[in-house]
Design a protein around this ligand. Structure first.
Ligand code: MSP
Length: 499
């Protein structure tokens, strides 16, 4: 099976921060999980470069918009590489391969009449690069709900997309295919907004010089940055070698860009008569230390802070925290250092690290480092529920299953007391069985956690004496595959305890 997953493409004007890192890490975890399942995976992230503010920022830095974008897009790529993100491609909207496709798509829409020339006047949020409907502008007292700056009254000749034609089709989509938009609460929210009525939307603008993609057949207008950006999901795989990946299995986004992904994007695809993505999955926001992240409050989890967490606790601990404690549901999550330390010490050091360490140490001590043959199967872990949760993108529940397995295995150590069994020669077979069951638990746990903690699980497997995961997942998660006679390697703590 193929599995195509995307993240939003990030504004190239921003510096990467925990929000971008979060979405991309979650997508990375899901991509790794599906690779482990044996799927043909395509994982896409990238940068959104044709915003008007890119032109201004570039000028302030005495650079061309292209130079400025090159520099900043590189920062995103470097960050993602450093954080272990294994994306299959990185799309930049200023790349020719993308621009050519967008011209083609908009050309098709001009032909069908879904895009037509007209005039537009309204309240414009310059920071967000979007018009606000009159009622919303009023509700926000004509200030940007995002940065508080005054909205600007703007009037321009424009090309419009006939969104008004697609309301019924979109409502039907949400009703017939509820899995198109998850979690459920977001679907209800969007359905209500669609029922309020849809207006045609402007999709072009002037005044950014050469920066942007020209509306075909027009020398003045470039395509509005949001329309240009949404097309990235299609343009990147719209090639002979990759077209089997379309439609996407999931577009992972946050709630800030829900409207564009749940309304504009499917409507554009309907107009183009292209298949729709199977799902738009909408997560919520990280706040930090109990408050909205802001530069002035100093609670912004920026790259420097992220680097510090990685240096202090390891990249995989950060990935675990993001997956386990993040805002995948409809509530925001708090990135608080105290919470991070608690999760690190409890889930990772005390539970997981301890289980691996004591299991391997006991095999060294009682069986000269060789995994004995198991006996009666009085203990086993089962990861069926874990898989169901992973398939439903419910990382928190999937990790809760793994954690429950770790806790059970640790309790099994206490209950079977191998140190007592070791003193009684007639209990040798029983001790063998206990040690085998623990080693096998460790192996299964490394498989289940591999998508979240690729480096740590690889180290744990080296310590256990098993090689890389060969896959597929269904086989790897079958109890009893660890060969007796496996020789344990050098044992060392995986999660040094922190205070
Ligand atoms: N360029 C547009 C997206 C175009 S997609 C066709 C854009 N870019 S952005 O740089 O602002 O990125 C927004 C995305 O970053 C959010 O949807 C989310 O994935 C991520 N996050 C930004 N801040 C976040 C938090 N505080 N918490 C979690 N994720 C957040 O919008």
């Amino acid at each position: 099976m193929k599995f195509y997953i995307t993240t939003p493409i990030y504004y190239v004007n921003d510096r990467p921060h925990i929000g971008h890192v979060y979405t991309t890490t979650i997508a990375d975890i899901l991509a790794r999980y599906h690779r482990l399942c044996g799927d043909d995976v395509f994982f896409l992230t990238g940068t959104d470069e044709h915003a008007a503010k890119v032109v201004d920022s570039a000028a302030q830095h005495n650079l061309t918009p292209q130079q400025w974008s090159d520099q900043n897009a590189q920062a995103f790529q470097d960050t993602f590489r450093k954080l272990g993100i294994a994306n299959d491609d990185f799309i930049r909207t200023s790349q020719q391969r993308h621009k050519d496709k967008v011209v083609q798509y908009v050309g098709e829409l001009l032909k069908t009449g879904d895009v037509y020339p007209g005039e537009y006047e309204g309240w414009y949020d310059e920071g967000q690069e979007e018009y606000l409907p009159e009622n919303k502008a009023k509700e926000y007292e004509f200030k940007s709900p995002f940065n508080g700056k005054p909205l600007v009254r703007k009037k321009e000749k424009n090309y419009f997309f006939r969104l008004s034609q697609y309301g019924d089709a979109l409502l039907k989509l949400l009703e017939d295919q509820p899995e198109f938009l998850r979690p459920d609460a977001r679907r209800k929210e969007i359905a209500n907004r669609i029922r309020e009525g849809l207006n045609d939307v402007p999709i072009s603008r002037t005044g950014t010089g050469d920066w942007g993609i020209r509306v075909p057949g027009d020398d003045e207008h470039v395509i509005y940055v949001w329309i240009d950006a949404l097309f990235n999901y299609l343009s990147t795989v719209d090639t002979p070698a990759r077209q089997h990946f379309w439609p996407a299995n999931v577009h992972l986004i946050a709630k800030d860009i829900l409207w564009f992904h749940a309304v504009i994007w499917p409507a554009l695809l309907l107009a183009l008569k292209r298949p729709l993505p199977a799902q738009v999955y909408v997560h919520s926001f990280w706040i930090a230390e109990g408050q909205k992240m802001s530069k002035s409050l100093g609670n912004f989890v920026d790259l420097e802070k992220i680097d510090r967490y990685v240096a202090d606790y390891g990249l995989d601990a950060l990935r675990y925290f993001l997956a386990n404690n993040g805002p995948l549901g409809i509530n925001d999550s708090d990135f608080a250092e105290a919470k991070f330390i608690e999760v690190y010490n409890t889930d990772l050091a005390n539970e997981l690290g301890n289980l691996i360490n004591r299991t391997l140490s006991m095999i060294k001590r009682y069986r000269q480092g060789v995994v004995p043959a198991g006996g009666a199967a009085e203990f086993r872990l089962d990861f069926t529920a874990y898989r169901q949760h992973m398939d439903a993108f419910d990382l928190t529940s999937a990790l809760a299953e793994v954690r429950a397995g770790v806790v059970r295995a640790n309790r099994y150590v206490e209950e079977s007391a191998p140190w007592t069994l070791a003193k009684a020669p007639e209990k040798a077979a029983q001790l063998d069985a206990v040690l085998y069951n623990l080693a096998e638990s460790v192996r299964l746990i490394t498989v289940a956690l591999a998508p979240v903690m690729p480096a740590i699980t690889a180290q744990a497997r080296t310590q256990l004496g098993v090689g890389e995961i060969a896959g597929p997942l269904a086989d790897e998660l079958t109890w009893g595959r660890l060969p007796a006679g496996t020789t344990v390697g050098t044992v060392a703590p995986l999660f040094p305890k922190k205070v």
